[in-house]
Design a protein around this ligand. Structure first.
Ligand SMILES: Nc1ncnc2c1ncn2[C@@H]1O[C@H](COP(=O)(O)OP(=O)(O)OP(=O)(O)O)[C@@H](O)[C@H]1O
Length: 300
């Protein structure tokens, strides 16, 4: 296993950031930690990259224990923290050379690994990191995290604050890196990105709610799910909560997602209920569940 996490707990005074977390990541896997802000993702990354010591439990990365093997881990992993790790006053080229030097290597030695990504920012290589766009900073930070050819790559919310096109390109880059035998642990609050991982752990309040492939998580969704819309959205939210057969109802884009607690639920019943409440332009139709729906259901 590339990463083994066994019963890891960590508290900051009264806040339990991680509560007996266990999971394993296979070599070459692209594994996602999916969860909202404050779920404990950064704390876990810091423990696995040896920057923070857990209160309880054990973990190994690339075969090394996070406590006794911390020096080896630092040489074998790449870490792209959520907040940019770049030196703002150094140029693209200087940042990259700096990271190569501290790992005792050169940009030339591992250029092959970063080439695809670096050529996109190379035209700006003399620009200071502080003056780059979010997407360009992200690409540079990834190059810096890769420059010593790590076995395991940790990416903490790499696409937060990045535009949708750059987000898509970024995930394509990760898929290419995976083919080069790098194990990747990536965290994201974006549920749509979860579908791009081999396996994911849904995490909230320091606990894993479910761990599986995205397909399995979706197919194990226990209920029929419906999209609901009406002219008055705010009133619709209130009324759906009052409908006696509601199990869950929450906003999802321009619709509400609704599940029923009644095995014999019929859309006509809901439509009639909403009509009685004077709603207009009512739409109710069945839809396929998403990872976000699984998350909502599990964290209920
Ligand atoms: N140094 C700290 N001191 C006190 N509490 C902390 C500290 N770091 C994190 N926490 C708390 O621990 C919990 C988990 O935080 P963590 O940063 O690990 O979560 P996260 O999933 O990475 O979320 P975010 O994306 O907001 O960083 C949160 O409640 C957070 O407020």
């Amino acid at each position: 296993m590339s990463i083994i996490v066994n019963n890891i707990s960590k508290s900051y005074k009264k806040v339990k950031a991680l509560d007996a977390i266990s999971f394993e990541v296979k070599p070459g896997e692209l594994f996602g930690l999916i969860g909202p802000d404050g779920a404990g993702k950064t704390t876990l990354f810091r423990i696995l990259t040896t920057l923070l010591v857990a209160d309880k439990g054990e973990a190994t990365v690339a075969g090394y224990d996070v406590i006794s093997g911390y020096k080896a881990i630092r040489n074998h992993v790449g870490y792209m923290p959520g907040r940019f790790s770049l030196y703002q006053d150094l140029t693209i080229e200087e940042n990259l050379n700096f990271f190569a030097t501290i790992f005792g290597t050169t940009v030339e030695e591992n250029y092959d690994l970063i080439k695809d990504i670096y050529i996109q920012i190379e035209p700006f290589k003399n620009r200071r990191a502080g003056k780059l766009s979010g997407g360009m900073k992200q690409k540079l930070a990834l190059c810096c995290a890769l420059i010593h050819k790590p076995k395991v790559l940790f990416l903490d919310e790499p696409t937060t604050g990045v535009d949708p096109v750059s987000r898509k390109e970024f995930w394509e880059m990760l898929k290419r890196l995976q083919k080069k035998d790098i194990t990747i642990l990536v965290s994201t609050p974006y549920m749509d990105e979860a579908a791009l991982c081999d396996r994911i752990a849904l995490i909230t309040d320091g606990q894993i709610l479910q761990l599986s492939t995205p397909e399995e998580i979706i197919s194990s969704f226990p209920k029929k799910i419906f999209k609901v819309k009406a002219a008055e959205t705010y009133q619709l939210i209130k009324d759906l909560k009052e409908f006696p057969k509601t199990h869950s109802a929450y906003p999802f884009g321009e619709y509400m997602h609704f599940t029923s607690n009644a095995p014999d639920f019929k859309t006509e019943n809901l439509i009639q209920f909403l009509k009685d409440k004077k709603h207009t332009n009512i739409e109710v139709f069945e839809t396929a569940p998403t990872i976000e729906d699984s998350f909502m259901e599990l964290s209920k």
